[in-house]
Design a protein around this ligand. Sequence first.
Ligand SMILES: C[S@@+](CC[C@H](N)C(=O)[O-])C[C@H]1O[C@@H](n2cnc3c(N)ncnc32)[C@H](O)[C@@H]1O
Length: 375
Amino acid sequence: MVSGDVMRRAEALAARLTAAGWLTSGAVRSALRDVPRHAFVPPLAWTGEGDRVAEADDPQRWLDLAYADEAIITQLDDGATDAATGDGRYTSSLSAPSTVVSLLELLDLEDGHRVLDIGTGNGWTAALLARIVGPGNVTSVEVDPAVAERASATLTSLGSPPALVVGDGADGWAPGAPYDRVHATCAVAEIPYAWIEQTRPGGVIVTPYAPGFGSGHELRLVVLPDGTAVGRFTGYASYMMMRSHRHPEWNPAPLAVRRSTTEIDPRTLGYAPAGADLAMGAALPGVQARGHHDGDTYTLRLWSPHAWATATYRPGRTVFDVEQAGDHPLWDHATTAYFQWITQGSPGRDHYTLTVTPEDEHVRLHRPTNTTTPR
Ligand SMILES: C[S@@+](CC[C@H](N)C(=O)[O-])C[C@H]1O[C@@H](n2cnc3c(N)ncnc32)[C@H](O)[C@@H]1O
């Protein structure tokens, strides 16, 4: 039974998300009001900023957090570190309501749609989906057995739980296929082809996509009758990575280093907008790019299994040190791709498409053809 106080908090959260432009769908709004988010928050949780919030110590603060537009961290280091310490890599959470709503709206859910949900976590998004399309139409997959067990207990206590599966979401869940919708709340570095195989033609896949070069993206794909999928990048997304898709750490191989200088400020590439990340990532497949701050110094790091590069900004300098090692000059390639992106008119992320086939996937600049007949 949802109390009046909780109902008011859920209404207020829905109103805030509507005012901010995140929430436009009536079905998603109803689900947000009907599913009590606090039921999925463990008694001891952490904010994304690392603040400890315990229900026993401060029940009002804990309830405020449950109905705030904030991610709530619920697992560290895949469970290897006690969540009570609050000190470790975030590996499971309730995602922030604005990002959850954004992905749910991209699904364009209809009554009776069969949905595959990847990354059950605490079960909140599975419950929202079940509320919209019916619990019998939702299958949710979680890789971590302890996390899945807690979600199962919560969903069962609320009645009519969706089907929960413990497994690797990269494999989808073939016994429940075909699906109308696939919804992931862990980020992938590439699209698992099983998701496409298990989705009917015209079906939709919505996922956070983080190929490793700069920022992460919200991605909406449509599955075509020929077994490929094509889609667009619809916004920014910062999600925990799917376990098997985690990016390698910066660990430069001991290779012969070529030193040079550049007049290009490394921050020009490092702070470039998402469209540039997509363009550079497409030109440098398999290459990771991340900025590293050390006091006032900023280093752009680029690396792949066989090469690495750094370009370092230091205050007061007008030329910047570059180091490149391995079989490809990654800084040179990245700058070429960056200035080509400038030449193309600095297209935003919404100007790129992703095409996924059984063999591979490609990010391309979308060039609309002018099919209007002149009168
Ligand atoms: C951000 S949390 C999910 C948020 C959640 N859906 C909610 O209700 O807000 C990401 C979850 O994905 C799970 N995960 C990571 N890799 C996975 C994989 N290969 N298959 C299924 N789940 C995975 C993590 O264990 C974690 O619980």
